[in-house]
Design a protein around this ligand. Structure first.
Ligand SMILES: C[S@@+](CC[C@H](N)C(=O)[O-])C[C@H]1O[C@@H](n2cnc3c(N)ncnc32)[C@H](O)[C@@H]1O
Length: 269
């Protein structure tokens, strides 16, 4: 498995330089006090003040630090050294106390000895993980009794459609159920508006079915409080998606045919 993680870490290290100046990540806005958190997360996770919060796969930590601005005591984790270095330097410049740990989440128990009120993760995370059963165990390990796990994520069903055709037709191209091998592709661009090119490198992803996601949490005893699905997303996931007045990307004419994102909250008994 290390072969896949090493390759993905390399790709993510390269993305940091591309992302830090993008409008998508809006570091300037963050420095002025704007929030990068999605309105769905703010509403569904609710008040975090006075709570300890672990952010899994935090990239360069803008969301992590936004939770701190809302009163949480935060730790962000990511396996990209470039992302963690940038997160630490932004925290210093913004005068924030967020702690950042560089680690593969699967090894996190060796790097972090703390339990949390909230474990949070969002927006393009689980497709980088091969084993969701272990992921569920890690979430459970880091939660205090009564603690909350929250995820807002891109929907696995929306990931099956052809994302390269301009033709506004939903055509199945990728499997919904992943096999033993990851899906793989080579790219020199990212999902942001940045025109900066990266070296073209190979990445590996796993599309996890919704049942696999839910079962990975219930098998460790977490109680699902809600599971929500949304007919819009946060970026141009398919070439023919259109941006609506709320800045959400939707199917032409706003057709609500596909769940593009989901959210889930679970509690540890
Ligand atoms: C899309 S980004 C993070 C999502 C966040 N919402 C954002 O857009 O900033 C995915 C992150 O997962 C990290 N990542 C991928 N696999 C990982 C792993 N096994 N352990 C820790 N971090 C990982 C990458 O380095 C990357 O920063």
């Amino acid at each position: 498995m290390n072969k896949f993680f090493d390759a993905n870490k390399d790709v993510w290290d390269d993305k940091v330089d591309v992302h830090k100046d993008s409008e998508f990540y809006n570091v300037k806005g963050f420095m002025k006090g704007e929030s990068t958190l999605d309105p769905i997360e703010l509403e569904e996770l609710g008040d975090v003040s006075g709570k300890s919060l672990l952010h899994l796969q935090c990239h360069f930590g803008l969301d992590t630090m936004c939770w701190e601005r809302l009163g949480a005591d935060v730790v962000g984790v990511d396996f990209s050294g470039e992302a963690i270095d940038l997160a630490r330097s932004i925290a210093k410049e913004a005068n924030l106390n967020a702690k950042f740990v560089q680690a593969n989440i699967y090894d996190l128990r060796e790097h972090l000895d703390q339990k949390f009120d909230i474990v949070f993760t969002s927006g393009g995370v689980i497709m980088w993980l091969n084993d969701l059963e272990k992921w569920g165990e890690i979430i459970d390990h880091f939660l205090k009794p009564g603690g909350v796990f929250y995820i807002r994520e891109f929907h696995s069903f929306a990931a099956i459609f052809n994302d390269e055709t301009e033709e506004p037709i939903l055509k199945v191209r990728y499997p919904y159920f992943h096999g033993s091998e990851p899906m793989t592709y080579v790219s020199d661009t990212t999902y942001t508006d940045s025109k900066k090119k990266m070296d073209a490198k190979r990445a590996y992803e796993w599309n996890h079915s919704i049942s696999r996601i839910i079962n990975s949490l219930t098998r460790v005893g977490l109680r699902i409080e809600f599971f929500n699905e949304f007919p819009f997303t946060t970026y141009k996931a398919l070439t023919f998606l259109e941006e609506n007045d709320e800045g959400r990307w939707v199917l032409p004419e706003g057709k609500e045919f596909v769940p593009f994102m989901f959210s889930l909250k679970a509690t540890k008994r």
